[in-house]
Design a protein around this ligand. Structure first.
Ligand code: ZN
Length: 568
């Protein structure tokens, strides 16, 4: 068995076989102590009654129970959980207002229980994995800026106003109309003050039980950040804490929901249990980032920044998803913080969410490959490769550059609403680049065919997230670009795809260069034209995607989750 396989198998065994038991307390039964707690925000698509239409929509999802081995927790760690879940629920409430408006009014107006559950999954009446198509009569199209800007605002109006008031473009403000109709920013900690204060209160209550000083400090600073909209210090504190078993990612974080500009951060939360033994095994990948940055197939000026090496990479079980991250397709890996200053000083932390990753591999990727991958390559579909590709995708976010070459702006600021799709596309191809490079350098031994075929099958999985998702668009772009370069071919008779390993390397290098140049040049117009040309689903691809739906293969997962469920 080769080294990377050993490494990952060892890890997987550890995950599913023998959780590390250090720190567990003998007499305390965490699961039992939580078993009477109410579970909010739990979805079970199989339990639902309703119309055929509604149940048809629900069949895009399959339910998965979020659990972990709570016996590894100390009594104090266990006592933090109810507070962390409660804080997460406040993000749930905020996200509803950011993306739609009045949750209870919408859900109360839907009589069909299946449709009501579908609206809960989507946090509104638009189908997130079908390009935000409205699924309730009469609601109209989803506003590009969701509910974070006035729906009657034009881009011209916003840009004119933002020129003299930069708070309008802040990550942490809602844009509303003043009494005199002019555009006004309101800070999240003001407009959502009640929820932010309650979340802060819960984080402080949890911090009382935090025995690990780094975690205690992070929770205290994060509580402060929620009520001041100043997140940087808490981001630094989050990067500084290393030895915590429990983690919570909470606050307004990702900007995908703002389809208008990609400026506004949407509220979300993950409650996580870390597998402590991973840090040691995987930290060495972070130390290789500078070498990998140097080897990028682009001219020197496009790789002039030095990636931070203080980054770390860990595996977690997620035990609670709330808000933005729970809407539509579910995240299986996180790379944070997004603050470029923190990234340059501290690097980033990459969180591999192993329980949801395994769910997607088993319930979605393997069934997809049975339909769309050619017979004699199907043996290369492997969880190790899926895990590896996802892991290196996250590491690859740390490569490339954060600022445009002329220094006038961050890449994110320059590429606006296209920034997320391009960044995701970058991480995908650079993830594959890293695997191939590390094999070449003798750093890992893996069968690149597994990574490539699994990569190919993953493209179909992610295209199904639809054009409203940055990941969906990134994968459409890659499908069309790779197809043009002959990185894979389709057998007309069987309707299956096979990877061409050599051409895939060429396509990977070419797309890498294209994306890094767009980013370095801050070439908004170039990216717009590129996205228009490539981020689409052609008729033959659509036919193949329809075959997946006809086979009843779910597009994504929803969670049965909550305190009462987590220990079972
Ligand atoms: Zn990513």
């Amino acid at each position: 068995m080769n080294r990377i396989t050993l490494l990952i198998c060892g890890a997987v065994l550890l995950l599913f076989g023998c959780q590390n038991g250090t720190g567990s307390s003998d007499s305390f039964d965490c699961a039992a102590s939580l078993s009477n707690e109410e579970s909010m925000n739990s979805i079970d698509v199989t339990m639902t009654e309703g119309s055929d239409y509604g149940r048809g929509l629900l069949s895009k999802y399959t339910s998965f129970t979020l659990t972990t081995d709570l016996s590894v927790l100390t009594e104090n760690e266990c006592k933090m959980l109810p507070h962390l879940f409660a804080a997460a629920d406040e993000m749930e409430a905020i996200f509803w207002m950011q993306t739609y408006g009045d949750r209870d009014e919408l859900l109360g107006s839907i009589e069909d229980p299946a449709l009501r559950e579908f609206a809960q999954i989507n946090y509104g009446p638009w189908d997130r994995i079908d390009g935000n198509a409205p699924f309730i009569d009469g609601v109209g199209d989803k506003p590009a800026g969701a509910n974070m800007y006035p729906s009657d605002m034009s881009k011209e109006e916003f840009e004119a106003a933002a020129a003299s008031n930069s708070d309008l473009a802040s990550l942490y403000t809602m844009v509303v109309r003043d009494a005199d109709e002019s555009l006004t920013p309101i800070a999240y900690h003001d407009v959502f003050s009640e929820h932010m204060e309650r979340a802060a209160h819960e984080l402080r209550a949890a911090s009382v039980f935090a025995d690990e000083p780094g975690l205690k400090r992070y929770l205290e600073l994060r509580a402060e950040a929620l009520t001041s909209s100043d997140y940087q210090e808490s981001d630094f504190a989050w990067m500084d804490m290393k030895d915590n078993r429990i983690d919570i990612v909470i606050g307004p974080i990702e900007t995908y929901e703002d389809g208008l500009y990609g400026y506004k951060a949407a509220a979300e939360a993950f409650v996580l249990i870390k597998d402590l033994s991973w840090s040691d095994r995987l930290s060495r990948y972070a130390s290789l980032l500078p070498m990998l940055q140097e080897g990028l197939p682009v001219p020197p000026e496009y790789k002039q920044e030095t990636p931070g090496t203080d980054s770390d990479l860990n595996a977690y079980d997620v035990i609670y998803y709330a808000g933005d991250t729970n809407a539509g397709s579910k995240t299986i890996a996180i790379n944070l913080p997004n603050d470029e200053e923190v990234q340059l000083q501290k690097g980033t932390r990459r969180l591999q969410l192993k329980n949801s990753m395994q769910a997607k591999f088993d319930k979605i990727l393997v069934p997809i490959s049975k339909v769309l991958i050619v017979d004699d390559q199907r043996e290369y579909i492997s969880f190790n490769a899926f895990f590896g590709n996802t892991m290196f995708h996250e590491v690859a976010h740390g490569l490339g550059i954060k600022n445009t070459l002329d220094g006038s702006s961050t890449v994110r600021g320059a590429l606006k609403e296209h920034a997320s799709a391009l960044e995701e596309g970058k991480a995908d191809v650079l993830g594959l680049y890293m695997v191939s490079k590390l094999i070449e350098e003798g750093e890992i031994e893996a069968d690149i065919r597994e990574n490539m075929v699994t990569f190919l099958a993953s493209i179909f999985r992610s295209i199904r997230f639809g054009a409203s998702s940055a990941h969906g668009r990134a994968n459409m772009i890659r499908f069309n670009y790779f197809s043009e370069m002959g990185a894979f071919t389709r057998d007309e008779e069987t309707g299956t795809y096979s990877a061409d390993y050599d051409k895939m390397i060429d396509a990977m290098n070419a797309l890498t260069e294209k994306i890094l140049r767009f980013q370095g040049d801050g070439d908004y117009d170039g990216v717009s034209a590129f996205v228009d040309e490539y981020a689409r689903v052609g008729s033959r691809l659509q036919m193949d995607l329809d075959r997946l739906s006809d086979e009843g293969i779910p597009v994504d997962i929803v969670f049965k989750q909550g305190l009462a469920i987590v220990g079972n």
